[in-house]
Design a protein around this ligand. Structure first.
Ligand code: URA
Length: 205
């Protein structure tokens, strides 16, 4: 337990509630203004040692369920990976570089640079509140969002599954668990091996 003082927990909960409220009313991105921001107690524990950052809610997943990585095939893969290392959603915090579901012609699309920039205050504030030991980025969009926050230039291909020291936490870049990635770039079996390393990184942190 990181936050063992009642007052600290209360401050943390209040700050997060305010942040979630702000995200819910944010209209900065013209294309995403009508989509709900996925940031609530359903993202996980504010007391977590590990924060996972993915890309953006999927239209059949978090964009519909309000729970990051739940309801679509990326979510199914993520749950397999989390279970593989004996963790549950209530022990971690899961968020996205962009909190609303980006769509083009009714399909998921990659968030554009301006949307990632617009949402970066929510990402930064979430990390400030939670103060995790380890931040696991899932995919290139999440890593580039973190690079923007940190002023770093880490690349996924060179740093995958390598613990990287930053000022406030250890950054651990992994691939995204979407079927597109598990089928073509980083098979689920390899991603299971990558995930297995997370616990060691947390113990060393
Ligand atoms: N669901 C999420 O919450 N994030 C993703 O990046 C993909 C699916």
């Amino acid at each position: 337990m990181k936050a063992n003082n009642r007052l600290v927990v209360e401050v943390m909960n209040n700050s997060f509630r305010q942040l979630a409220k702000k995200a819910a009313s944010c209209r900065l991105c013209p294309d995403l203004a009508d989509q709900p921001a996925v940031l609530s107690s359903a993202n996980g524990s504010l007391d977590a040692n590990i924060v996972f950052i993915a890309e953006a809610p999927g239209r059949f997943g978090a964009g519909r369920t309000g729970v990051p990585f739940q309801g679509d095939r990326s979510g199914d893969n993520f749950e397999i990976l989390l279970k593989h290392i004996g963790l549950t959603r209530s022990e971690v915090f899961i968020t996205n570089a962009v909190l609303c579901n980006p769509l083009a012609d009714g399909n998921n699309r990659r968030p554009v640079a301006q949307e990632i920039k617009n949402c970066s205050t929510f990402l930064k504030k979430s990390l400030d509140i939670i103060q995790p030991k380890v931040v696991v980025t899932l995919g290139t969009v999440a890593l580039s969002a973190l690079n923007q926050l940190l002023g770093t230039r880490f690349q996924l291909s060179q740093n995958v599954a390598k613990p990287l020291a930053t000022e406030n936490f250890i950054l651990f870049p992994l691939y995204h668990p979407s079927p597109r990635v598990t089928n073509w770039k980083r098979p689920l079996a390899q991603q299971k091996k990558d995930f297995k390393k997370i616990r060691g990184v947390v113990s060393a942190g």
